[in-house]
Design a protein around this ligand. Structure first.
Ligand code: NAG
Ligand code: NAG
Ligand code: NAG
Ligand code: NAG
Ligand code: NAG
Ligand code: NAG
Ligand code: NAG
Ligand code: NAG
Length: 799
């Protein structure tokens, strides 16, 4: 109800504030005339866009173009602004088309804030077109100036980004002035996203550590032009292109560089009157550079997308703005290397700003290296899998920091010895921004006191009450928009190494699909050898009946997922009715095949449980595009040469059935008897907790060696009943031990094949985790990242 009230309040504010008096609508502005803040230009012929003075603060206006219709719960979507960094006074400010042919925006008649710098002796007209382009033209139809040539943060369909233009994000959701992220063609002709912050700058997209061609970009075409067309295809002269997930005609779209550094295409969903994200450049919000400023860490947060925290020992610089990051809360003397020590942070990466790169290093060497540089703030200590040794990256700055379960190298932060002890086992401090951070208050000169005094006081009061709510509402809006759109986002950029195969190629590679290695999950899997001698698993999907564009859009999302505990996808094939996926081949096959082989000792089993959890956690939580697996079972967990698990078949529920977490949109139940959560049976909403449940079963199976589907009369029992028998059996055994997790109680549960070597503490943790995952109530089950934390904690206690 509070929300409803908010919505009404916001709508009232949004409607009343920009236009206090009744607006004068016109269709064009001609030489010698001007627009005041009470006038608006309406686009011709349908009126899709409006241009006029848009209120950005208290008596602060920017001449802007926006979608005429109110979308997104009552806020206007601005597509262009004339000098957004210099708002003008609400009264007496004018946009004038001078006799000289110049279009001039002047603040309260005094000084010029913006001009089109045009000249003409002939009669001119300024008109807003239905595609959102504001055009200054002469009688013959010749264009002197158009807003499409100087975009702000948005490209509309048909509008080109060229070598002369750049998209710059806004400062924040409520502050429209120029922000820190820029999209432009760099000197190498590559379309790039630059973070240009108050402290540092750097390319953030495409991946700066790769060469252009590894990112699929060409540096040879210097025409430098990129356009989003009306069907939703984006094409750039550097060969970057994508289509939106809703590719097709008749949908209003816009490409916007958002203040959080992500480039997104939004499509207007007429049914809900909301803008939905249909493509975005970065699936992982924390990987956008500069997002939390200096000396801070970005962490994935389930509801809000991301969360910033200061690195231990550092404190936030500006309570209002994370862009300024954090500053040290200590001083380190340079001449005394004994004064500093190191704090270990697991799964944290700070990108860039290396003093150097030192291969085959030891921890001691690396520490000494860092201590010898006065400016060294810490070092990344990374295991090099290819060479089998550690590399050392001492850092002069702690920037672009993020914490991710997918990143398995630690960082060692340099801190005063005196401080180190206080961080023992203490979780990272959370700092929240003050809620008033973005309250828009901008006072302009030339305010006249006068007859509207009471209106103003009323407005001030409303504002004071409303400002807080606005902020909170916007925050809410932002969150929900992210949340609800998350599942619909797609991505068609083809990731590195991820390629399209022809059917003939795959047919040849698999020798006419002769070597079948598995079945299920919507298709048959064959073994094959690619032309570059890599051994691959080729899966032919059998019920994919969606269009090619949709398939590609979904697929490229999956292709972008990259985690050591997820099976790697090398490519795909779409030809006619054929839909094939090409995966890396796992020599040890599935967990199901290995479980009773006697090859899985106790340590391997624990590692497998942990690895699966990491993979699923990444799927569920680290990509904005939450992917539910929906079919977690030992057959879908493959083991590599070191018996490290890799989850396979993920994302297939997306490929086979587009759409949400609503069970009725899945064509039939997905999943396998024995591993399915009760939600499937009781027709409850399907969330990531279905995978948590299945994971619980798999862990019990790993522990006990007992399959949830063995036993009697499987045909008759409902699918959700079977796992319960296994759960009940485990609970009974634990119960019999009267809660004391004794060696004997656990010993009765653990698979006899490993009962000689298991360790009680770990076994106990596994049982606990599994039973939690198997709660009937989905909300009582932990998230996968919690599971990872629990299992990791146990591990670090041991070593
Ligand atoms: C403007 O709106 C009309 C009616 O809503 C629509 O048919 C038309 O395609 C729109 N024009 C553009 C250029 O988006
Ligand atoms: C360069 O890009 C433009 C626009 O995408 C395209 O029309 C042109 O053919 C390209 N030139 C070359 C040499 O590839
Ligand atoms: C640091 O401590 C070591 C051993 O305690 C000592 O030998 C060395 O002189 C100290 N260095 C400085 C700069 O104080
Ligand atoms: C380091 O320098 C400061 C001032 O320059 C001095 O007071 C201090 O004694 C020095 N410490 C060592 C260990 O040399
Ligand atoms: C790494 O360093 C160690 C000790 O310095 C050396 O024995 C080893 O051969 C090195 N490894 C490689 C791959 O260079
Ligand atoms: C918007 O951000 C700019 C740059 O940080 C700042 O100067 C300006 O005061 C802000 N405007 C408002 C209305 O908060
Ligand atoms: C594959 O099948 C085709 C006929 O369908 C046959 O001509 C070809 O020799 C076969 N190739 C192999 C490697 O078996
Ligand atoms: C699920 O989808 C159906 C039809 O598509 C719809 O009627 C129902 O309200 C949806 N349920 C939820 C929980 O979203």
């Amino acid at each position: 109800m509070g929300l409803f009230f908010n919505a009404i309040l916001i709508s009232v504010l949004a409607l009343s504030l920009p236009f206090l008096s009744s607006l004068k609508r016109t269709n064009s502005l001609s030489t010698g005339s001007s627009l005041s803040s009470q006038d608006v230009l309406i686009s011709k012929p349908h009126g899709n866009f409006t241009a006029g003075f848009f209120r950005v603060g208290e008596n602060a206006y920017c001449f802007s173009i926006w979608f005429t219709e109110l979308y997104d719960h009552g806020n206007y979507i601005i597509v262009w602004m004339a000098n957004r960094d210099r708002p003008v006074n609400g009264k007496h400010s004018r946009l004038s088309l001078l006799k000289s042919g110049n279009l001039v925006l002047a603040d309260a008649g005094q000084f010029t804030v913006w001009t089109s710098s045009t000249q003409s002796n002939s009669f001119l007209q300024l008109q807003l077109h239905d595609n959102g382009n504001l055009v200054l033209s002469n009688i013959d139809g010749g264009n002197l100036w158009q807003s499409f040539d100087c975009p702000t943060n948005t490209l509309l369909p048909g509008q080109s980004l060229t070598q002369n233009s750049v998209l710059i994000s806004s400062r924040s959701l409520t502050n429209y002035s120029s922000g820190f992220y820029k999209l432009y063609f760099d000197d190498d002709n590559v379309l790039s996203l630059l973070y240009d912050g108050p402290q540092r700058a750097g390319i953030s997209w495409p991946d700066p550590w790769k060469r252009s061609w590894d990112n699929g970009r060409s540096t040879y075409n210097n025409s430098k032009v990129a356009t989003l067309d009306s069907w939703g295809r984006f094409q750039s002269s550097d060969q970057f292109d994508f289509i939106t997930v809703d590719y097709g005609p008749g949908i209003q779209r816009r490409l916007t560089i958002d203040f959080d550094g992500n480039l997104r295409v939004y499509s207007l969903d007429m049914a809900s009157r909301n803008w939905k994200v249909t493509w975005q450049s970065s699936l992982q919000p924390c990987k956008v550079h500069g997002i939390c400023g200096e000396n801070s860490l970005c962490t994935y947060a389930h509801e809000t997308g991301r969360k910033c925290t200061c690195a231990p020992g550092y404190k936030i610089k500006s309570q209002k703005d994370w862009a300024y990051g954090c500053e040290p809360d200590f001083q380190l003397p340079c001449n005394d290397s004994n004064a500093s020590g190191f704090l270990l942070l697991q799964n944290v990466e700070f990108y860039g700003y290396d003093i150097g790169f030192f291969s085959n290093s030891t921890l001691d060497n690396c520490q000494n290296l860092c201590l010898n540089y006065c400016s060294c703030k810490g070092f990344q200590f990374k295991f090099d899998n290819d060479n089998g040794y550690y590399n050392c990256f001492p850092k002069t700055n702690l920037f672009n920091g993020y914490r991710s379960i997918g990143f398995d190298s630690p960082i060692y932060l340099r801190l005063p010895q005196s401080m180190l002890t206080s961080f023992d086992q203490k979780p990272l401090q959370q700092t929240n921004l003050k809620c008033t951070a973005d309250v828009v208050s901008l006072n302009r000169a030339y305010q006249k006191k006068g007859q509207y005094g009471w209106v103003k006081s009323f407005l001030w009061c409303t504002l004071a009450v409303g400002a807080f709510e606005i902020i909170c509402f916007f925050t809410y809006l932002f969150k929900t928009r992210r949340g609800s759109s998350a599942r619909k986002q797609g991505y068609t950029q083809v990731a590195t190494g991820f390629r399209k195969f022809t059917f003939a190629e795959l047919k040849k590679a698999s020798r006419n699909f002769s070597a079948e290695i598995g079945r299920g999950g919507g298709g048959i899997v064959y073994k094959g050898v690619l032309t570059d001698d890599r051994v691959a698993a080729i899966k032919c999907l059998n019920e994919a009946n969606q269009g090619e564009a949709e398939f590609l859009a979904e697929l490229s999302t999956i292709g972008k997922l990259n985690h050591m505990n997820l099976i790697e996808i090398w490519g795909y094939c779409v030809e006619g009715k054929h839909r094939l996926l090409v995966y890396e081949y796992m020599e040890h096959g599935s967990l199901a095949k290995n479980l009773h082989s006697g090859r899985l000792d106790w340590k391997k089993r624990y590692d497998i449980a942990l690895g699966i959890a990491k993979g699923l956690s990444y799927l569920h939580e680290e990509c904005l595009e939450w992917v539910l697996h929906c079919d977690v079972k030992p057959q879908n967990i493959l083991l590599d040469s070191n018996y490290q698990p890799k989850v396979a078949d993920f994302g297939l529920s997306k490929l086979l059935n587009r759409g949400g977490t609503n069970k009725s949109t899945f064509s039939g139940i997905r999943g396998t008897r024995g591993y399915m959560a009760p939600e499937w049976v009781f027709n409850l909403p399907i969330t990531s907790k279905v995978d948590v449940y299945s994971y619980g079963i798999v862990v019990l199976e790993l522990l006990t060696g007992r399959s949830p589907v063995e036993g009697r009369s499987m045909e008759e029992s409902t699918s959700a009943m079977e796992p319960r028998r296994l759960v009940t059996w485990v609970k009974e055994k634990m119960h019999a031990a009267n809660g004391r997790a004794s060696q004997t109680a656990i010993g009765k549960i653990v698979d006899p094949a490993v009962s000689a070597e298991f360790d009680v503490a770990r076994a106990e943790i596994l049982v606990q985790v599994a039973l939690q995952c198997l709660e009937e109530d989905k909300d009582a089950r932990p998230t996968m990242s919690r599971v990872v934390d629990t299992l990791l904690h146990q591990e670090s206690d041991e070593y």
